[in-house]
Design a protein around this ligand. Structure first.
Ligand SMILES: *Cc1c(COP(=O)(O)O)cnc(C)c1O
Length: 420
């Protein structure tokens, strides 16, 4: 938080404010916020349509006060969570898989890392610091988890086309490796790792493989049904031990909703924390959060049932269509290149002949909310149905931005990033 935000209140008001004044102030406060409805924001909000948003909001408000920490007190939330987990397992070919809803992808990943650390401990498998082996493109939440829980992360270099390199992963595995991670897709390039080969490697070495499908869990299964060439990535592959999928991304639920799933109940058992040595007695908690917002659980359940397979197929079609149109359009602009061959609707692009940062600056000037990429330098977009109406305008502005940057020097135009 900023300590010295200009004009910020520094103390609790003595008297409460009127609702009118309060909401007026909140509307004023958000004046500079990104316009996520208008299709000019490149990340953070997965917006599809107003009616769907209304369903999520109504469900969230209906269970605003209920607390997911107490399934006994709120059997409704227990039912919603159980059904969201089961529906997600069905989607990801994990019949019989067990798990929980969590507050988001980060919590799902934290839990997976903690679970495999504790599993390795219980099996007395490693003598040194437990290690996670993963391609350099895996999400930083695994590093966060390793930092919190005392593990070490080994990020392996990626190969040509920004694809994970199986050989590099193989040689990074040591006697201390407790977890292998693959992404479906990765956040940076939107590429699905070779999960089938990685699962084979994991089985061969007796190491669990977690698939981070936080981004793709609610998009790839539908894109595949629509005929897009999506590689296998889920619990349908025997060597995949667990998977995380965010309902608050392409599941279009309210924020605060992800699912973590394990193939084996005894592995899942290591996720739960139990404690009884305090005045209240036994406390058993499967997730990191104690109190859990009932609204997020209810909204995820409501949205999944409201959309159904038909609704998700319709939204996946719009999402994939829009992403393809943007990628093709960008590739046709002289000097610009999409990095690799993205499998889903998230991608980065850059240039080998001009300074992409100058292009980004011009796009910002033209009113687009631009996200940057560091290595290789580029521009990054998470495509949603909200971008459908702005494809033509985006590409026109981008062509002009590229023209205005013509003659600038490219920055670090390496095709194989190093991430050292
Ligand atoms: C978003 C994301 C995460 C983290 O999820 P949060 O919901 O932001 O905590 C992890 N992995 C991938 C690939 C993601 O896209």
């Amino acid at each position: 938080m900023q300590e010295h935000l200009p004009g910020a209140t520094t103390s609790l008001p003595t008297r409460g404010e009127s609702p009118d004044r309060l909401f007026q102030r909140m509307e004023e406060a958000r004046r500079e916020d990104a316009d996520w409805r208008g299709g000019k924001l490149a990340a953070y909000v997965y917006h599809a349509e107003e009616e769907l948003l209304g369903i999520a909001q109504r469900a969230y408000a209906a269970f605003f006060s209920e607390n997911g920490v107490a399934p006994n007190a709120f059997p409704s939330l227990h039912r919603f969570e159980t059904e969201v987990v089961a529906m997600t397992a069905g989607l990801l070919h994990g019949s019989g898989a067990v798990g929980n809803m969590t507050s988001g992808g980060t919590e799902s990943i934290l839990l997976a890392v903690k679970t495999y650390r504790d599993l390795a401990r219980a099996q007395n498998r490693v003598a040194g610091t437990p290690e996670i082996v993963m391609p350099a493109t895996a999400h930083f939440a695994f590093n966060k988890a390793a930092h919190y829980f005392g593990l070490k992360v080994v990020r392996t270099p990626i190969g040509s086309g920004f694809r994970a390199d199986l050989k590099a992963l193989e040689s990074a595995i040591s006697g201390n490796t407790v977890l292998l991670v693959g992404s479906a897709p990765d956040y940076s390039f939107g590429i699905v790792d070779p999960i089938r080969s990685m699962a084979g490697l994991a089985e061969e070495r007796g190491i669990p493989l977690h698939v981070d499908a936080c981004l793709g869990g609610f998009l790839l299964p539908f894109a595949k049904k629509l005929g897009y060439p999506i590689p296998d990535f889920d619990l349908g592959i025997p060597g995949v031990a667990s998977i995380s999928a965010d309902v608050h991304k392409y599941g279009f639920a309210a924020k605060g909703a992800s699912v973590i799933l394990y193939r084996q109940p005894d592995v899942y058992g290591h996720q739960t924390f139990e404690f009884s040595d305090w005045p209240t007695g036994l406390y058993s908690s499967p997730t990191i959060s104690g109190t859990r917002p009932g609204g997020a659980i209810a909204a995820a359940w409501a949205v999944m049932n409201y959309l159904g397979e038909e609704g998700y197929l319709r939204l996946a079609s719009r999402t994939m269509h829009t992403a393809r149109a943007l990628m093709e359009g960008i590739s046709r602009i002289p000097g610009l290149h999409v990095w690799g061959e993205p499998d889903a609707a998230i991608f980065g692009y850059g240039s080998r002949s001009m300074d992409i940062r100058a292009v980004a600056q011009e796009m910002s000037r033209r009113g687009w909310h631009v996200n940057g990429m560091a290595d290789p330098p580029g521009i990054h977009i998470t495509v949603t149905p909200a971008h459908e109406p702005t494809v033509t305008e985006y590409l026109q502005d981008l062509a002009m931005a590229a023209e205005s940057a013509f003659g600038t020097q490219p920055v670090g135009n390496n095709e194989t990033a190093t991430y050292s």
